[in-house]
Design a protein around this ligand. Structure first.
Ligand code: GDP
Length: 455
């Protein structure tokens, strides 16, 4: 994890594009740039783009016309000398330029190494570095906004007063350890215990926002299940046609189900149609119930689709029985047909209230959307408030809260200050791990391994 040498990487995605940006960071950034522009005196004004011709330093061949921007240490993303070469976005050209830089002493950057250097040089704290990754990976604009807030330092700004309050409690406890032989007076103990309880509350409240934050970041997994011809694919397509998110790659996509990401009020909704890709009619029949089972296990919410124009079938009952194992909703489809008759379903619904929809006319789809999001009714407030979106932060906040709670309990039980202090120091350390002051090296390595090369 030692930041040594000058690193190079392509900072734009691989593939053909209008421009491709190669980034260099380290003491040799400028000498290496001079080599490419074939001008030993090249002294670009920092932070200003200059149009330069790049050459192969050995053969002298012209490589490209490129916009060269130099950022002088410490005023760069990494805090080191940085050069960005905006070349034409030819993968062959970009690899060739990177190859030349590698031959002349640069080293290929590890995943996230630019951001890691920014962290090592105090340009960012750890939660901000993680926000860089989250911003790049965000699947909805609401997630982008949360990452931007974290990048702006909001997490550390929220933790700072909590840490200060902890220290305000720790200091007198420490001094009473040194100077007072007797126990703390009862009123002081009560006062400290109250303060600890308030602190634990604040930590728990912040940790509690993760329920919303996780949803915002990872999305809500919704599976559409039902017997063949109930209208799963039609509802899937009807929901998609209005809400499809820009990004459609879903991690863990299976071949026999269709997955898409919808954007419902800023929340990425990962919708799975268990009718799946229609390889053949028999395969469809065969896979039906097994696939339904699997989808139900994976989903946060299951939408059981019933054909309201037909009497309920054994298959309908079977699907419902499986769905009842988790959170589920019922959509009674085909409300546009004259044969539509919800009454027939009374008995199979077992008291559950279905949402009446028509995939064909679009009737009821808004109600269905609202029903899917119902437990997250406060999701609109994501827009306004800061939420914890990172599982690591959540875990540390919870551990800090637990440590403060246990110190509070020990204090009330009149345990020695020494023992009370252990939990308080633990809490401080956990909070420090969020922003990186006390994060163990192996955790840092693990965090940065989730970054892409070039970040
Ligand atoms: P799946 O097998 O559950 O995915 O069902 P499909 O979406 O393929 O629908 C089966 C049949 O029902 C198709 O012919 C659809 O056009 C039709 N269908 C689906 N939803 C509706 C609806 O709301 N109204 C009407 N009238 N037909 C529908």
């Amino acid at each position: 994890m030692q930041a040594t040498g000058t690193i190079v990487a392509l900072s734009t995605p691989p593939g053909r594009s209008g421009i491709g940006v190669i980034r260099l960071s380290g003491a040799d950034s400028l000498p290496l740039t001079r080599l490419l522009v074939r001008d030993e005196q090249f002294s670009p004004e920092p932070n200003r783009a200059t149009l330069k011709t790049l050459h192969d330093p050995e053969s002298g061949e012209i490589l490209d016309r490129s916009l060269v921007t130099f950022f002088k240490t410490p005023h760069s993303f990494t805090g080191e000398d940085v050069t960005e070469l905006s070349c034409h976005g030819s993968p062959t050209l970009l690899l060739h330029v990177i190859d030349i830089l590698l031959r002349h002493g640069a080293r290929a950057a590890d995943p996230g190494e630019f951001t890691l250097r920014a962290l090592s040089n105090g340009r960012l704290n750890l939660s901000q570095a993680e926000a860089v990754r989250d911003l790049i990976d965000a699947r909805t604009y609401a997630a982008v906004r949360q990452a931007a807030r974290q990048l702006g330092g909001e997490m550390s700004a929220r933790l700072q007063p909590i840490k200060s309050s902890l220290l305000e409690i720790i200091v007198p406890l420490e001094s009473s350890l040194e100077f007072v032989e007797d126990d703390l007076p009862e009123d002081v103990t009560r006062d400290v215990a109250n303060k600890l309880s308030l602190l634990a509350h604040r930590l728990e409240d912040l940790a509690g926002t993760f329920r919303a934050g996780r949803l915002l970041k990872e999305g809500l997994k919704v599976a559409l299940v039902g017997r063949p011809n109930a209208g799963k694919s039609s509802i899937f397509n009807a929901l998609l046609s209005s809400d499809r998110a820009i990004v459609t790659d879903v991690p863990g996509t299976t071949r026999d189900t269709l997955n898409e990401v919808l954007n419902i009020s800023g929340v990425p909704v990962l919708l799975t149609d268990t009718a799946g890709v229609r390889v053949s009619a028999d395969k469809l029949e065969q896979l039906g119930i097994e696939r339904t089972r699997r989808a139900i296990t994976d989903a946060d919410v299951v939408v059981v689709i019933l054909d309201g124009s037909q009497p309920p079938t054994t298959e309908d009952r079977e699907v419902l029985a499986h769905a009842r194992e988790g959170r589920y909703l019922i959509a009674l489809n085909k409300s546009d047909l004259p044969a539509f008759s919800p009454d027939r379903f009374q008995e199979v619904l077992d008291g559950a209230r279905p949402v009446t929809v028509s995939a064909l006319s679009g009737a009821g789809l808004d109600t269905l959307r609202a029903a899917i999001m119902e437990p997250f009714a406060s999701y609109e407030s994501f827009e306004a408030s800061f939420v914890v979106t990172n599982a690591r932060h959540f875990d540390l906040l919870r551990r800090a809260a637990d440590s403060v709670r246990s110190s509070e309990a020990l204090l009330i039980e009149q345990a020695s200050e020494e023992i009370v202090l252990v939990g308080l120091y633990d809490a401080l350390r956990y909070l420090g791990e969020i922003t990186g002051e006390t994060t163990p090296e192996d955790v840092l390595t693990q965090i940065f391994s989730t970054f892409c090369i070039g970040k």
